[in-house]
Design a protein around this ligand. Structure first.
Ligand code: ATP
Length: 459
């Protein structure tokens, strides 16, 4: 394990004016002690010798956030997001560079509201609100509204050590929503609340955006794009990109999909699993060439993953991306029908998952399920475990049937358990749309590739 090694530049005040947050050459190194006794030795030698290795969790971050901006922070696990936020809040000291904050800051770090576990909810409201700058009379005036926002009933009189993570998050958010913060930092906290509370928080965040500066950290790129003007992408402790939310999230997802560890399989807890047993070349329709060159060929246009599609579920896991890839794993925007495709579903385990099931349906415009599948059978004897906070990719590789002309959608879902008994974590209705412009399929719901068609005379 490790601790803060080297002291560095102070948490200095930023220049006044239109700037809310300014980081210059910001870096943070942690000390990694190989043996517990080295930590003690280090304390004794007071810096004259070094008994630790330095690990740079963050290096040379330069960032200016103007007042009123909403900035997203994304990156893989361990890329340095929490470290950056702690430097921003002043709970960590930079090893190099500086970070300045101009305005009252309220941070909603994941399970890190700074509550005292022995105090009741009510006592913690007073404690946290006063740390965030409210006078006692102001807290008295706002207490009823805070309690109402939290919505945890009589639990507010219980010590917070008895709270579930969702209740803790509710109270933390309720306080932060009432302290007149000018800068708000929201870090994954929404993932632990239930759907109605998450929506309440999102309504607050949308209102806050109108008047304040928001720093939003999430693995849910859909939410990031929805909310943020700009996005900072951290990769191994350095800034990989800063730019318009949609562009940066797109590049980040592309990197996540195409990273070497995701090519055709996914790795969880160190073991690499084949996502599926890949069959041989797809079945060729004997008329493939003729169809391809005729007006009957399937022409299919695919639209992007719909970030605003309706969803339901417990959100112990989230689906963060859905797309179709061709046989070479390039993203597809049009299809011909009959060819090999891979439907990729990118998920994030918000909590530790045991036996996740990822599935999909393709539906026609009347809502009829044409076909679909899920990962259950493949993994039922060898259930996958996914640690909390892990992003993972599921691939369904199949030969696309021929489709009749019309509109189609793909519904995707991630559940946990067994086929018969499971918790639905995230079900996204019509996550992806595609349109078939022309087709030779005139009968039935779908057409299958014909290996051969022959008329032969009897005898
Ligand atoms: N106290 C510490 N001592 C040593 N290393 C640490 C410490 N805290 C974090 N790290 C390391 O610094 C790196 C960045 O961690 P950080 O928590 O900032 O990443 P993150 O992007 O927030 O990850 P996640 O998405 O999983 O929350 C990681 O490799 C982590 O192991």
């Amino acid at each position: 394990m490790s601790s803060d090694p080297v002291s560095g530049a102070a948490h200095a005040a930023a220049p006044l004016g239109e700037i809310a947050i300014e980081a210059e050459g910001l870096g943070k190194a942690y000390a990694i002690f190989k043996r517990p006794q080295d930590r003690l030795k280090q304390m004794l030698v007071r810096g004259r010798r070094k008994y630790y290795d330095e690990y740079w969790a963050l290096q040379d971050v330069n960032l200016t956030v103007r007042k009123g901006e909403t900035v997203g922070l994304i990156g893989r696990n361990g890329s340095g997001k929490s470290t950056f936020l702690q430097l921003l809040c002043g709970t960590l000291t930079p090893t190099t560079g500086r970070i300045g904050v101009n305005g009252r800051i309220a941070a909603l770090l994941e399970l890190g509201a700074g509550f005292n576990p022995e105090f009741t909810g009510r006592e913690n409201v007073y404690l946290a609100a006063s740390v965030l700058g409210l006078a006692n009379e102001q807290i008295n005036e706002r207490y009823a509204s805070i309690a109402e926002f939290a919505g945890i009933g009589d639990f507010i009189e219980q010590p917070v050590k008895l709270y579930s993570s969702g209740m803790y998050a509710r109270l933390a958010f309720a306080v932060a929503a009432h302290v007149d913060a000018e800068i708000m930092i929201v870090d994954e906290i929404l993932a632990v609340g239930d759907a109605s509370f998450t929506q309440k928080c999102m309504r607050f965040i949308h209102r806050f955006k109108e008047r304040g500066t928001l720093f939003f950290v999430s693995h849910d790129t859909g939410q990031v794009v929805n909310l943020c003007d700009r996005v900072v992408w951290l990769d191994s402790g350095t800034v990989r990109a800063i730019g318009p939310a949609k562009d940066v999230c797109h590049d980040y997802l592309a990197d996540l999909y195409n990273g070497p560890e995701n090519a055709g399989s996914f790795r969880i807890g160190g073991s690499r699993k084949r996502a599926d047993k890949i069959a041989d070349a797809p079945v060729q329709d004997s008329r493939a060439e003729v169809l391809k060159n005729s007006q009957h060929r399937n022409e299919i246009e695919i639209f992007d993953f719909d970030l605003n599609a309706p969803w339901f579920g417990e959100r112990g896991a989230s689906i963060t991306g859905v797309r179709l890839l061709d046989a070479e794993r390039n993203p597809l925007s049009t299809l011909e029908g009959g060819e090999e495709v891979t439907l990729q579903v990118v998920c994030r385990a918000e909590k530790a998952l045991f036996q996740p099931i990822v599935g999909f349906y393709v539906r026609d415009r009347l809502g009829q399920n044409l076909f679909g599948d899920n990962t259950y059978l493949t993994y039922q004897l060898d259930p996958v475990r996914v640690p909390a906070g892990t992003d993972f990719v599921t691939g369904f590789r199949f030969q696309l049937p021929y489709l009749p002309s019309g509109d189609f959608s793909v519904t995707v879902a991630i559940a946990e358990g067994t086929q018969a008994d499971h918790v639905q974590h995230h079900w996204i209705e019509d996550a992806l749309f595609f349109k078939v412009h022309s087709s030779h399929v005139v009968q039935g719901l779908v057409g299958i590739p014909m290996l051969g068609i022959a008329i032969e005379t009897a005898g």
